[in-house]
Design a protein around this ligand. Structure first.
Ligand SMILES: [Zn+2]
Length: 186
């Protein structure tokens, strides 16, 4: 079993692996840095404050580069690649951020994330795609509870958005009537 925790050398806190910054890699293997993402973000923020000129220059250069479509594609391909190669980490870190923002409880670890081959609801393949429909997302089974052990499953983004705002009763009603509605029978 993989060790799931590491101590950050900046804040000295024991963190889950998915909360650590990752090392640049040449293969699909992942290397964790000794600094957590929170500390690294903090370092970046401080650097920006200390070096406003350099930061502005960098932003301007990026702005210029982004006008180039092939550069844009390269960035989005790279982002998808990272998510695709480390999907559990991606899902966990995003969930942790969301939990922090919305005040949900959070106690998940990497081993809690099990990504099935197909979405259990829509039976479509789960993978990171540009249109997002097939992208794996964490679903809180019981909306009253947070991102806690036993309360999450991985489903497609599409299924997640479909189920997102409706209650169980509303979903049942939807399933019951949608076919007739689309066939213009009601
Ligand atoms: Zn830290």
């Amino acid at each position: 079993m993989e060790i799931e925790k590491k101590v950050c050398i900046k804040c000295n806190q024991e963190k889950n692996l998915f909360e650590m910054a990752i090392q640049k890699r040449s293969t699909h293997s992942i290397m964790y840095r000794n600094v957590c993402l929170d500390c690294r973000n903090e370092q970046t923020k401080l650097w920006k404050l200390k070096h406003p000129e350099a930061c502005k220059n960098f932003q301007n250069k990026e702005k210029e580069k982004k006008k180039d479509e092939s550069y844009q594609k390269k960035i989005s391909d790279r982002a998808i690649e990272i998510r695709r190669d480390f999907p559990e980490r991606t899902l966990l870190y995003a969930a942790k951020q969301r939990a922090k923002e919305k005040g949900f409880e959070f106690n998940l670890e990497m081993s809690d994330i099990i990504i099935p081959k197909v979405c259990p609801i829509l039976k479509i393949k789960l993978y990171y795609c540009n249109c997002c429909k097939n992208t794996p997302t964490l679903d809180r089974v019981d909306n009253e509870k947070g991102y806690v052990k036993g309360n999450i499953r991985v489903i497609s983004y599409l299924a997640n958005t479909m189920k997102n705002n409706a209650t169980y009763e509303e979903l049942m009603l939807f399933a019951k009537n949608i076919k007739a509605y689309l066939n213009k029978k009601i």
